[in-house]
Write a protein that binds this ligand. Structure first.
Ligand SMILES: [Mn+2]
Length: 299
C-alpha cells in the first residue's frame, strides 16, 4: 500500500491533492511535526506499507535527530519528501534527490512546481496564500479552507478537523462537497466579528510593535488578527494562555526581520514564531532583540 502523509493545514492538504493526482492509488493521512516520528516508526515497521510520500511537515526542532535516524532506517520506503521549512536540510544526506526542499518557496506546491511537477495554477495560488497571506492574495480555494479551518479550530474538534481535511481534499480533487464546506462561511462570521473587535485592544509597545492579550474563550482568527494589525504595526506580539500555560506568538510583515535567526530557532517560519516560558522574561528578551526596530526615543 502507498501512503501520502501531509500536514493538515491548507498548504499541506493542497500538497496531498497534488500528490494524489500523481499517485491516485495512494491513501492519504494528515499529521504534524510533533506526531511524525511515531507515525514513521509505525509505518516503517508495517510490511503492508510499501511506499511513502511526505509533504509540508517540518522536522520537530526539539526532536529532529530521532526523526532523521528513523528516516535513515526506512529510507527505502520513502519515495518522495517535499518541504519548505527551515530545519529539513538535515534530511539532505539521507534522502538525497528524493528530497525536494526549498526554504525560499512560499508553499510545498510551489516547491513541486519548480521541480517540474504539474500543479494547477489555482491550487498553487491557494497554497501560497494559505502559508504567506501577506505576499499572495487569497483566492476562492484558500479563503474557503482558511475560514472553514478557523471554525473547526474554534470548536476545538479534532475529529471534525480530520473530516474537514478529507472533505477539502475531495473538494479539490472532484469539486464535490462544495455545499458542505460553504456552510462554514456563515459560522465564520462570528469569529471574524470577534477578531475585528479585538483590534482596538492592541497596545502600542512602540510605533512599530503592537501587543495584544487574548483568551481562549473568545474565538478569533489569529491569521486575520495579524493581517489587520499589520496595517498599523510591523510586528505584533500576541499573548495567550492555553491550558494554564503562557504562549507568546510573534509575527511580522517585515521581510528583513527573521525571527528564526533572532531567536536562534532551527525550524519554523521566519515571520511567525511561538515562544513558551515566563512572560515577563520573554517580553524582556523580545524587546531586547527587537531593539533595532524600536523607535530611537523609546529605547
Ligand atoms: Mn507549508
Amino acid at each position: 500500500m502507498c501512503l501520502i502523509i501531509a500536514h493538515g493545514d491548507g498548504d499541506g492538504v493542497i500538497s496531498a491533492a497534488v500528490l494524489k493526482t500523481i499517485y491516485p492509488e495512494a491513501m492519504v493521512t494528515f499529521s504534524k511535526p510533533q506526531h511524525l516520528l511515531r507515525l514513521l516508526e509505525e509505518l516503517g515497521d508495517n510490511p503492508e506499507i510499501t511506499k511513502i510520500y511526505i509533504a509540508d511537515i517540518g522536522l520537530d526542532r526539539h526532536n529532529s535527530r530521532p526523526i532523521v535516524e528513523c528516516v535513515q532506517r526506512h529510507k527505502d520506503k520513502i519515495k518522495l519528501w517535499v518541504d519548505h521549512h527551515h530545519g529539513s536540510e538535515k534530511l539532505i544526506p539521507v534522502l538525497k534527490d528524493k528530497l525536494l526542499l526549498d526554504v525560499n518557496q512560499p508553499s510545498c506546491p510551489a516547491v513541486m512546481a519548480i521541480n517540474g511537477i504539474k500543479v494547477l495554477p489555482k491550487w498553487l495560488e491557494a497554497a501560497n496564500a494559505c502559508d504567506r497571506p501577506l505576499d499572495y492574495p487569497d483566492n476562492s480555494i484558500s479563503l474557503l479552507w482558511n475560514q472553514a479551518f478557523r471554525v473547526i479550530i474554534s470548536l476545538q474538534a479534532p475529529k471534525e478537523l480530520r473530516k474537514l481535511q478529507y472533505n477539502f481534499l475531495e473538494f479539490l480533487l472532484h469539486h464535490k462537497h462544495a455545499k458542505y464546506l460553504a456552510n462554514f462561511r456563515s459560522r465564520y462570521e462570528l469569529i471574524a466579528k470577534n477578531t475585528l473587535a479585538t483590534l482596538p485592544t492592541i497596545q502600542d509597545v512602540s510605533q512599530k510593535i503592537g501587543f495584544v492579550k487574548i483568551t481562549r474563550q473568545t474565538k478569533i482568527d489569529k491569521r486575520l488578527l495579524f493581517l489587520e494589525a499589520y496595517k498599523k504595526y510591523e510586528i505584533l506580539i500576541l499573548w495567550e494562555m492555553v491550558n494554564g500555560k503562557h504562549f507568546l506568538t510573534l509575527g511580522t510583515k517585515n521581510q528583513k526581520i527573521d525571527f528564526l535567526k533572532i531567536f536562534s530557532l532551527s525550524s519554523g517560519s521566519p515571520f511567525r514564531v511561538r515562544l513558551k516560558g515566563n512572560v515577563d522574561v520573554l517580553i524582556e528578551i523580545i524587546l531586547q532583540q527587537l531593539n533595532p526596530w524600536l523607535d530611537p526615543d523609546e529605547r
